[in-house]
Unconditional design. Structure first.
Length: 161
């Protein structure tokens, strides 16, 4: 959805749309060096070491963001929350992929498993799992805490066939 200013006439919108369209359409024709210059001008940061396709897509998004406005603050906060789920203690992001089975678990669900003559209980949270008073991002991390070995969390708790 566009952030249109009520004071702008439709002709101004059409002119802006054409200007943005031309800029976005030009991006794939630029060299890496030219894309790097655009990146620094539009992003104000050092150019990341990604391929040309990534730079083109990200620059196209940025051009549209500048012309039409970005995502609402609430959406940005939610995205940061979701991305923060994969953050390691080192501050680097890890991919914390939740399986479809894990995604379908409702908050508050208790998972139990009898293992080596002991009953283990895990609570499903909105941002991970709680076991023995500690927070874990994935079920596999819980299993590692229990067994000392890496294993599939969904399989360990009987969620996989």
């Amino acid at each position: 959805m566009r952030n249109m200013m009520p004071s702008q006439a439709p002709e101004q919108h059409a002119a802006r749309d054409m200007r943005v369209l031309r800029q976005v359409a030009e991006l794939p024709t630029l060299s890496i060096a030219e894309l790097a210059q655009r990146w620094q001008a539009l992003m104000g940061t050092e150019v990341p070491h990604f391929n040309k396709d990534f730079l083109v897509k990200r620059l196209a998004y940025r051009l549209q963001e500048l012309a039409y406005g970005g995502l609402p603050d609430q959406t940005k906060r939610r995205m940061r929350e979701l991305l923060g789920e994969g953050e390691a203690e080192t501050g680097r992001r890890k991919s914390a992929r939740r399986t479809q089975v894990e995604k379908s678990l409702m908050v508050g669900t208790r998972l139990t498993r009898q293992w080596h003559d002991r009953l283990y209980e895990v609570m499903v949270l909105s941002n991970g799992y709680e076991y023995a008073g500690h927070h874990y991002k994935t079920l596999s991390a819980v299993v590692k805490a229990i067994t000392g070995q890496h294993a599939s969390g969904p399989a360990f708790f009987g969620l996989k066939k």
